[in-house]
Design a binder for this molecule. Structure first.
Ligand SMILES: *[C@@H]1O[C@H](CO)[C@@H](O)[C@H](O)[C@H]1NC(C)=O
Ligand SMILES: *[C@@H]1O[C@H](CO)[C@@H](O)[C@H](O)[C@H]1NC(C)=O
Length: 382
């Protein structure tokens, strides 16, 4: 037989046989595909499940590490016994997860209690009861200088956090601070941030020379002896209890100071970082502050060096007076003390709402960590 011997036309039987073969093969293949598909889908399920667990873990870890849990802050006394409505921290400062309360019944659930020094130091108000609830933090709140902060030594080893004007407080919020223009935020926060005006011609030729506002006149204060010396050389307009009457409120003081070239921002006592609203009132009004307080370097933590005139910059009070008079008749030199203004805004925190909200934010951040203020008196007097 030739080659044709092997060749057969494809007959029906062959076709049927092939079909059967093919069917068998195809059902095998389908089976395999099904198996593969099943493996595939359970693999996918496994991967998705794993990713989901990972995501949940991540969210949980992230949340606990950034203190995402909401917290309750109990305000033990309204500072100086002056009741003020508690703020909405979210609406005013975009601080969320904070519940503020002044209801002492919330003591057992409070994550922290903020305690203003004056009332507990007067011994008319007791500290919260011991033992304190688990993980609760007590915050010491004070904006007076050490000279006017009595009985500090009674309160060592009691508090967990400090809040004051000192830069090294656990919760630091000064009487005021500068914000570079480009970082000033828009939105509700901006109502507490006041842009400073670039000086104009009228700022160099204001009608009045030197103002001083003083509410507590005490012969023992360094500022009073400075005043006695300085007034021998320059005219000083005195306002406040011992001077011309003044309407209460920082805004009225700022309005008044807009007519003055210089303002005496003299602190009642001289202590680290103790720089009060007196300075910020002058800055807001565009009057050059003449400061008596901590050393120049300390002021420079808060302001450009040329933004203020420090009493210590002069060997004698007469030299200081000469300098002020020289500036008055020399706008070019005065410009040096005012030109920095266009680049900044002043943030003036509102007592005490912003303090409570900032404290609450800090409590959220430090949740799960312990802290202790051992030597309150030593630290605050340093
Ligand atoms: C006024 O100053 C005196 C002397 O330093 C001080 O004893 C007193 O507490 C001060 N009063 C106020 C209201 O700050
Ligand atoms: C807070 O301070 C107290 C008193 O020293 C201490 O017993 C407690 O463990 C501290 N709590 C926290 C949460 O730091």
């Amino acid at each position: 037989m030739g080659a044709g011997a092997h060749w057969r036309p494809v007959g029906r039987s062959t076709v049927a046989a092939r079909r059967a073969e093919w069917r068998a093969g195809s059902s095998q293949r389908q089976c395999w595909e099904r198996v593969l598909r099943r493996i595939n889908s359970s693999l996918w399920e496994a991967i998705l499940g794993f990713l989901f667990v990972l995501w949940v873990c991540f969210i949980y870890l992230f949340a606990s590490s950034t203190g995402e849990d909401p917290v309750t802050l109990l305000i033990w006394t309204h500072p100086f016994g002056e009741y003020r409505q508690l703020p909405d921290c979210w609406e005013l400062y975009q601080i969320d997860g904070c519940t503020l309360t002044d209801d002492k019944r919330a003591y057992a659930e409070a994550d922290a209690v903020i305690i203003h020094h004056r009332e507990i130091a007067s011994l008319k108000v007791d500290l919260p009861p011991e033992p304190r609830p688990h993980a609760q933090k007590w915050i010491w709140l004070n904006y007076e200088s050490p000279s006017h902060t009595p009985r500090l030594w009674l309160f060592g080893g009691i508090f967990n956090l400090t809040m004051s004007y000192r830069t090294d407080s656990d919760i630091f919020l000064p009487y005021g601070y500068l914000v570079p223009r480009e970082r000033a935020v828009a939105g509700p926060q901006s109502r507490f941030t006041h842009p400073l005006r670039r000086p104009s011609h009228s700022d160099f030729s204001r009608p009045r020379l030197v103002a001083w506002v003083v509410s507590n006149w005490s012969e023992s204060h360094a500022r009073v002896s400075l005043f006695y010396k300085l007034r021998r050389f320059v005219h000083i307009d005195v306002f406040g209890r011992v001077g011309r009457p003044l309407q209460k409120g920082s805004d009225n003081v700022v309005q008044l100071l807009r007519r003055y070239l210089f303002y005496l921002a003299l602190e009642n006592s001289l202590h680290t970082d103790y720089i009060t609203e007196k300075l910020w009132n002058a800055v807001l009004a565009g009057a050059i502050p003449v400061v008596l307080g901590p050393p120049r370097k300390n002021y420079e933590r808060f302001l450009p060096p040329e933004a203020f005139i420090h009493v210590d910059d002069f060997a004698t009070v007469q030299d200081l007076a000469r300098y002020l008079l020289m500036l008055k008749s020399n706008p070019g030199l005065m410009r040096r003390h005012l030109d920095w203004r266009g680049r900044y805004s002043v943030h003036r925190p509102v007592f005490w709402g912003e303090h409570f909200c900032s404290a609450c934010k800090a409590v959220r951040k430090s949740k799960g960590r312990t802290a202790l203020v051992k030597d309150l008196a030593v630290w605050f007097h340093s």
